[in-house]
Design a protein around this ligand. Structure first.
Ligand SMILES: Nc1nc2c(ncn2[C@@H]2O[C@H](COP(=O)(O)OP(=O)(O)O)[C@@H](O)[C@H]2O)c(=O)[nH]1
Ligand SMILES: [Mg+2]
Length: 366
């Protein structure tokens, strides 16, 4: 008998200026309207599209097909408390930049309608920098508080590694760069990852374009934004809420021709979900059977035993071995039997590091 257990879902925070398109994007990704819950945030679940799941489902013909999921939180505003909540709860950040409402030829809104803080020269880069600066300041406050507590606790044994790493983080933040950009060795990095700095989290910058901008692939400030994000290691994705809203209303065949009119291959929503998932350091492994073909989420570097624990803590506890083959091999050989004959079916022990696209089943004993 297996006991129930709950595994925390990976959570991605959507942040941005007012009217940049956060709630529209939230609805597109989750299929629900944002309903304000705790701290005025809306929470929902998005499916991570994965062609491999579709292909496995075609091969195994299961009764049920389940995609990987990510939790999304739509943060309506931005304040120091938002920053703390993001730091605590999010695994990755999705910055939404409202490029669609930035018109370089006319003075920027200021009249309040766009809520862009009335900056007379609002650009995509300034919009991103304003968001980042707030977060950097929030983290700076935290790191300074922590260092102060540590110095007050002088005399008690301290881990000097902690202090040095925190000082390096403070320097990075004082320079206006994310904590993640601090120059740290691997040991210090792993120490710092448990402090939960908001700017430690991986980030994807989603640029919300107008229909004209997405057609031409051009918008004001593009090169500057790409350079800025490349400097601090944030991935940039361009999409258009307007186009995506129209796409969502079409059936699959119509979607293709509609998208190609904009020079696009697939819905931007798919690319965004995948980018957020990947940037959070997540990979998928699959389980396949008559009942269900399912994608499961683990962090890069997870072992077979940890992966088993995603399915059930009892399987993790009673782990004996994993039977593993790769998605590419089953694509090639088309059946488990053919794949076994070709010697592509492996038995792995608990310390095996699971790879993206592995198909696993676990032998266990409780
Ligand atoms: N023209 C245009 N309007 C958009 C786009 N994305 C969002 N909007 C509009 O901007 C307003 C604010 O969008 P919303 O998603 O609520 O922004 P939020 O404040 O960031 O949550 C709504 O009226 C949207 O319809 C877009 O790509 N193009
Ligand atoms: Mg909103």
């Amino acid at each position: 008998m297996l006991h129930r257990c709950r595994i925390r879902r990976m959570n991605i925070a959507i942040i941005g200026m007012q009217s940049s398109g956060k709630s529209s994007l939230f609805s597109l990704l989750t299929g629900i309207e944002p309903r304000n819950g705790k701290n005025g945030c809306a929470e929902g679940i998005a499916r991570v599209p994965d062609e491999r799941v579709d292909a496995l489902s075609g091969l195994f013909n299961p009764r049920k097909t389940t995609y990987a999921q990510i939790g999304l939180t739509d943060h309506p505003g931005y304040s120091p408390s938002t920053c703390r909540s993001i730091a605590k709860n999010a695994d990755a950040l999705l910055f939404v930049i409202g490029a669609f409402s930035i018109d370089p030829s006319s003075p920027a809104p200021g009249q309040g309608a766009s809520g862009s803080r009335g900056d007379a020269r609002r650009t995509v880069v300034s919009e991103y920098d304003d968001l980042l600066t707030d977060m950097v300041l929030g983290d700076l406050q935290q790191v300074e508080g922590t260092l102060e507590r540590m110095s007050r606790a002088r005399g008690k044994p301290q881990r000097t590694g902690d202090i040095e790493a925190l000082e390096a983080v403070r320097r990075a933040l004082s320079d206006g760069t994310p904590a993640r950009a601090a120059n740290l060795d691997p040991e210090a990095r792993s120490l710092m990852s448990s402090f939960g700095f908001a700017t430690w989290k991986p980030a994807v910058v989603a640029v919300n374009l107008s229909e004209d901008q997405i057609s031409s692939g051009e918008y004001s400030g593009k090169d500057d934004l790409l350079a800025r994000c490349s400097d601090i290691g944030a991935e940039v994705m361009e999409f258009s809420c307007m186009v995506e809203k129209e796409v969502a209303l079409l059936d699959r065949d119509e979607q293709q021709s509609f998208l190609s009119a904009y020079g696009l291959l697939e819905p931007g929503i798919n690319r965004l979900a995948i980018a957020a998932y990947r940037s959070a350091g997540l990979i998928s492994f699959f389980t396949c059977g008559e009942d269900e073909v399912r994608a499961w989420t683990v962090r890069v570097g997870a072992t077979a035993r940890e992966a088993a624990g995603k399915i059930h803590t009892d399987i993790e506890r009673g782990f004996i071995r994993a039977e593993v083959f790769s998605f590419d091999d089953i694509q090639e050989y088309r059946s488990v039997r053919a794949l076994k004959e070709a010697g592509k079916f492996r038995l792995e022990s608990k310390d095996y590091v699971v790879k993206d696209g592995d198909v696993c089943s676990f032998r266990f004993n409780v």
